[in-house]
Design a protein around this ligand. Sequence first.
Ligand SMILES: [Fe+2]
Length: 494
Amino acid sequence: MFPPLDPNGPNGFFGLDSSFSHEGEAADLVVFGEIPKELNGTFYRIMVDPFYPLQEGNAPIEGDGNICAIRIKDGRADLKVRYVDTERLKLERQANKRLFGLYRNPFTHHPCVRAAVDSTANTNLVFWAGKLLALKESAMPYHVHLDTLETLSYDPFKSPGKTFSAHPKVDPFTEELVVFGYEAKGLGTEDIVIYALDKQGAIHDEQWIKSPWPAFIHDCAITPNFIILVLWPYDADVEHMKKGGQHWVYNKDRPATFIVVPRRPNNLPAGWKSGESRVYFWEHAVLLHTAGSWEVTAENGDIKLYFESSRIFYNVFPTMGPPTDNPFGDFKADYVKWEIDLTKPANTKVADPTVILDMPGEMARIDERFLTKPYEKLFCPVIPPGKQGPIPPILPIGLHAYALLDKASGKTEMFDPGSGCTIEEPIFVPRSKDAPEGDGWVMGMIQRLDVNRSDLVVLDTKNFAKPVAVVQLPFRIKGQIHGNWVEALPDEGA
Ligand SMILES: [Fe+2]
């Protein structure tokens, strides 16, 4: 049993705090085992790494975005770490102090910078249309260089609206990036923009809808014909922000809510009117992130949508909500499959979901070559039942083992790095372009809190319980929010 530690916080040097930050490079990292020679690309992780100490009261999703790129080729690994050079970070570096206050509350920022883009670009890194995008849902993407990690531009696609989700989805069959932005007409607005970017980055199928309230819409799911927006039970209230309050306030009275929208406004599914979106809901829960999603059309044309997500019964951001002595309750959470029956009228409750992993799980990934289709293999960071981790079992920071769920057999294999570790969102890389679904490698960063080090593990999905390689970083690195694998470009592959 280890004392509770914040993986991004001080780590106990005689009680002295340190806000460590890194930029730099390290070549030819120590590798135990063998990195498969087929792996040729870069694992881009985006870390929350406040360059200046944050204003007190910020949730752990605030802090400057710092990119950790681990380049893998010929069984070797190199590391590069560089901040996203956001407008915000530039201003603060010029002033050499913190100028920005609470997450997404301009009224708490220094008056001189209230008109600046306050995005930290710290949530996700997505490669699309030849561009690596550093994303935060409060603003537009920053375009960063694939190799140097230099920040090249802001809003590279000249997107509509004012915001761009950190979780756009790639439809691998239509080769589109499906994008949404909420609070898309400004702070606290109910306006949502939805569109797709083609392979060249051109915008099409733009449409605007309204949210039932200014809700935290962090993730979505896509099927061949629909996008499902997943609303978290938090409220945004500009008057509350003006008083110095949080952007989000947890609302126990809100149900888990879904907005279903046809992806192609100029080619609507049968029974849908132009401009129509449909809201469905369940009971109160926080569905942090989605995994797979697909749709089934019956012979009579009736459509059911399916997607999977975590289901969490507590406020994952205690600073964003009414103070309470016991914000997490009994830490109840699991991983589930939802069904949305589109024959049911809008504004009705969906059926109880099916539990697919009966343990707390979050940040799950799939073989994304199959996104929008039914699939079998889920790679899910979990808190295994009966096992004590190094920090309390709060999602998503308390995750400490990787589960490989084969949905066909119901069998779950587990990689457990040991009781002193926390783990992060994994990536999946197929063994080859034509490999069967789920056949390949899962990689993820292990935070070794027991020895104050970070290790990247490479797991073969054919033998999941033991890594084929462990890449040892030369120092403890900050925790990531999300990350993605980008295959080497053809001219780099030789
Ligand atoms: Fe996320």
